[in-house]
Design a protein around this ligand. Sequence first.
Ligand SMILES: *[C@@H]1O[C@H](CO)[C@@H](O)[C@H](O)[C@H]1NC(C)=O
Ligand SMILES: *[C@@H]1O[C@H](CO)[C@@H](O)[C@H](O)[C@H]1NC(C)=O
Ligand SMILES: *[C@@H]1O[C@H](CO)[C@@H](O)[C@H](O)[C@H]1NC(C)=O
Length: 415
Amino acid sequence: MAQFHCRWKKLVICLLLLFIYACVMLRIKMTNTSFWGKPSQVKALWNHLQLVSERRYNPILRPNISKLRFDSESLLWEGYSEYTDLENGKSNFDAQPQLMKDFVSHMQQRDFPILIQPDGICGAGAKNKKKRPLLLMAIKSSELNFRNRHAIRQTWGRAGWVAGHSRNRSRGEEIGGYVRRVFLLGRESPEELGVDVLELLQAESKLYGDILQWDFKDTFFNLTLKDVLFWKWFSHVCGPITFVLKGDDDVFVNTMNLITYLQDQLQKPQTHKTLKDFIVGHVNSMKLPIRESNSKYFIPDSFYTGFYPSYASGGGVVYSGLLTRRLHVMAKRVHLFPIDDVYMGMCMVRLNTSPINHPAFITVGLHENEKEPCFYHRILLVHKRSPREMVNLWAYMKKTQTECRDVPLKETGQG
Ligand SMILES: *[C@@H]1O[C@H](CO)[C@@H](O)[C@H](O)[C@H]1NC(C)=O
Ligand SMILES: *[C@@H]1O[C@H](CO)[C@@H](O)[C@H](O)[C@H]1NC(C)=O
Ligand SMILES: *[C@@H]1O[C@H](CO)[C@@H](O)[C@H](O)[C@H]1NC(C)=O
């Protein structure tokens, strides 16, 4: 009996130790993952800056703040000034590499004039204004990528009515949706480029009505600005559009599959609720910033610490029009971050939602099954295709349409 009692005691002690261990581990994990931990512990510039601004938006700390101020960016800028006035903030800024210094000194400015935009409507393809568009293709391009834009218009990016697969539908019911298209551009410096292509772009815009250009420098670190300005433009100019495809001008999209996939989402129960948070793509979870200084994604730990939030790769991602509007509002409370898809992940965390992973979005590296004859019939989107490849692939898709008719979309766990 005494022996039994003793063993029982040991078990309790054991369980207690295990519990304490679990608590400590959880605590460590939480301080690592939450990207706005405690102010005293946060040394990295972006984390600290965001934290200072977060406190201004805290309704408990500031109960009397007006709704108007709450919905504007002014509190964010107040946080910025407060932080940069701090001794800590100054020395932190001085410790940054030049690239980050450039970024930080411009990160307060978000308002850039539009140079070219579609004529009063939300992108090309708005001929049938009565029908609610299913999808707006918003493609990040740059001034000189004329060939990419041309290839996209001819192939997967055609605007207007696009048919989906109707194989599952009864009575010959046609499935499809109206698609609109817009290219998102910044500005190259004419001095650096040696020519000014603005007139060419104006002509292109007249011809196709799908150019949206802002007057900011089109650099990698300014891509976040492109997102934020696009959300703003969308919220002000576009009517109810159900989905947005945001992608690079070097992706290849299986438009027919995408339209079918999106229509299927609308058939699901409770769509009006799920659409509010809908975002799907190739999801990266628990990623740490790249610390190699020669990488284009380099983020020093003096700038950002901790894991990135879950985010969908920016090469190609689809989200709802409702979410676009919510992102537009939320972005006013989150300081710009140099990497656009990570930034979107940060706004998503603040919206208390996260992206859905779909294996048919192939945004990284080459795929081993690419040689398989029906590979492109099984995907939604694949990254890194040249304009010539897009045109060839499109022709190939047409050619293999019959033999690949019944292949399913790629699913989790399949090669
Ligand atoms: C908030 O407003 C109320 C009256 O409108 C005032 O009595 C109170 O002192 C204010 N609180 C703060 C923290 O400013
Ligand atoms: C289409 O048919 C396949 C196979 O019968 C089925 O698995 C799939 O769920 C169907 N899709 C829709 C949208 O009905
Ligand atoms: C972003 O664009 C602005 C306006 O053209 C420019 O001043 C700034 O240097 C750019 N930022 C980066 C990080 O390239």
